[in-house]
Design a protein around this ligand. Sequence first.
Ligand SMILES: [Fe+2]
Length: 419
Amino acid sequence: MKRREFLMASMGATIASTIKLEGQTPPPAEKTDVVEVGEMLDPDHLICVKPHVQLISETEVGLVWMTSKEAEGWVEWSQDDGETWKRAWNERDGLLVDACDRIHKITVSGYSPAKPFRYRVRSRAFTSFGPYRVVRSAEEAVYEGEINAVVPADGTISFAMFNDVHNKLEIYPALCKRLEGALSFTVFNGDIMNHIDDEPGVCKCLMAPLAYVARQTRAPMWYLRGNHETRGKFARHLRDYVALQNGHYYGAVTLGNARFVFVDTGEDKADDHKEYSGLVDFEHYIAHQTQWLAEEVSSPAWKDAKFRVVFMHIPPDGVCGSGRIWSQRLPRVRKLHAVLENAGVTLLLGAHLHNWACDDARPERPYPMVIGGGNNLTTTRQWSLPTLTHCTIQGNTLTVKLLSPDGKVLAQKEVAGKS
Ligand SMILES: [Fe+2]
């Protein structure tokens, strides 16, 4: 093992050894534990983009990382404090998926969300890859990490939302300092990037932040697209770099007594708008998703849940800091929102406006809504500050707080679950 890989492996082991394993553990409190977002990229190392963990279903997580050259990749995982390790690989058409690639995406199935999950992602490069003989090189790398129990023994589910970062990487360390206690998962609610031009941009502004936040929170995440992430010539390849539920950006998962639904609201203008150059069909995409959402809110999983939380980048409405009342008028998105009107939503969490909001239910939107803030760390306009939207579901109450980078609670709301 090369010295640099040894150091990387040692760093992983040190991190793991400092983590307590009973139920959930709080995120690192010491400032010295904060690793800058850019350190998740290491072009000199075989694992050149460090891994993040995505929530895929109740019993599945996806680990995604990149290698600087074509390599094989697999995951070893343990849920008994490292006593025993299982190996996960993915097969498609009889072939191991991660046998000779730079993007590595492994789904681990059958893990228990009730226990902490330790993982080691491993990659090994090749000297040659012939049709009848593959020669592996000595170049190997490993990266080790852990996620908390997603559903701890006391049933508390906590989560945090980031939104509308728009490539401003300094926002992540600023907001991660405001994390309170352990998290079950995080949500990236869209417009994390300005647009998708190429792979280096995806690595720097999406994969590195996902890896950084996974490391800081010890929690898996759900990445949800915003309207800006549908733009740019590389946008059609974005799906290669994230683990998706059933191949879709949208989806749903039950954790504890809560149902979480993630809706991809797509672009914010009509398909024939000149900005899209005739190259989009969100009418078809959103119509299909509207049907899926209607089925979701009719399902036992939704109906039986005590809490029903919906995430979507483009909200149905919002009160901006200026006092302007904003309302989504695009017919296809209105139809999507209409499905939720009488569905018994506990809370909707939105983004897109770059102005945080914390609204009660209204006759035209009969559920409460919280919108995450903007991306200006130095503004004097409090409404435009970036926010960490932090939620805890405990007993019969969902508590949501909007936290500013300096630790102020900008707004707080408590919502009761279904009785
Ligand atoms: Fe947006």
